[in-house]
Ligand binder design. Structure first.
Ligand SMILES: [Zn+2]
Length: 245
């Protein structure tokens, strides 16, 4: 056996070893993201339960529009925390609760508002949490139905706004890739798009989303180029009275 032949064998062996290590790292990252995604979905389910309890108690769904007469404080997270079974609840700072946060994103140093959103107003309708007058069950039911009305989801966030300052940011955010969350490289949440039309999340290929009936669905990324009845699909999903079922 010539030395040259052995060198080639060595190189092939090293190549295989590198590939195996890469596969392992990729698998570990994937596994960790799966755990985060399940955690995120559970947190959203919990928030949905709290929203139902809130509605059962006061007769309408939470709104983020402050209403001194009716009671809403202007913070969905604060209002539903009243019904949370957490013994260490701090009413002065309800946001940095791990139970409200996406585990794939950050620790408690970042509030859920940074990640979870509700679409506010759009030409196609208004979201439940942006309703100036709090919405009742029957109002939502007769508009789009509870199962079709989105309550809370990850906001569309430009990758450039994830600056890597959170302990979990670096695990998925890669500044060298134009859009690290878009495996098809369609730049669906690049800086040039109208972000309000989009949902976005630190999860690889979609967004865990909470609907008014309490179910949580993993919505795959869809860009603003996709329309239902001339409405960008994501904006339509945000709106409670967009007319789509
Ligand atoms: Zn999440």
């Amino acid at each position: 056996m010539s030395p040259r032949f052995r060198l080639r064998d060595l190189l092939i062996g090293a190549g295989i070893a590198v590939f195996v290590v890469w596969l392992m790292l990729f698998g570990m990252r994937r596994a960790r993201e799966n755990v985060s995604r399940v955690g995120c979905e559970n947190n959203l389910r919990q928030l949905g339960t709290l929203a139902q309890m809130y509605c059962n108690s006061v007769g309408f769904y939470p709104t983020e529009v402050k209403n001194e007469k009716l009671g809403p404080s202007g913070s969905f997270f604060y209002d539903v925390a009243t019904f949370a079974p957490y013994p260490d609840r701090d009413p002065a700072a309800p946001d940095p609760r791990r139970e409200y946060l996406c585990p794939a994103r950050r620790g408690i140093e970042s509030s859920p508002r940074t990640d979870y959103g509700y679409g506010a107003n759009s030409p196609f309708g208004i979201s439940v949490l942006a309703a100036p007058t709090p919405l009742t069950r029957s109002a939502i039911e007769s508009a789009d139905g509870m199962t079709f009305t989105l309550l809370l989801s990850h906001k569309g966030v430009r990758p450039s706004q994830y600056d890597g300052s959170g302990p979990n940011d670096l695990a998925w955010y890669d500044k060298s890739i134009p859009n690290s969350r878009d495996p098809l490289s369609l730049n669906r949440d690049s800086d040039d798009l109208e972000m309000w039309k989009l949902l976005g999340s630190p999860h690889g290929d979609g967004v865990p989303s909470l609907f008014v009936d309490g179910h949580v669905e993993f919505l795959p990324y869809v860009g603003s180029e996709v329309h239902i009845n001339n409405v960008p699909v994501m904006a339509a999903r945000w709106a409670y009275n967009d007319g789509n079922r």
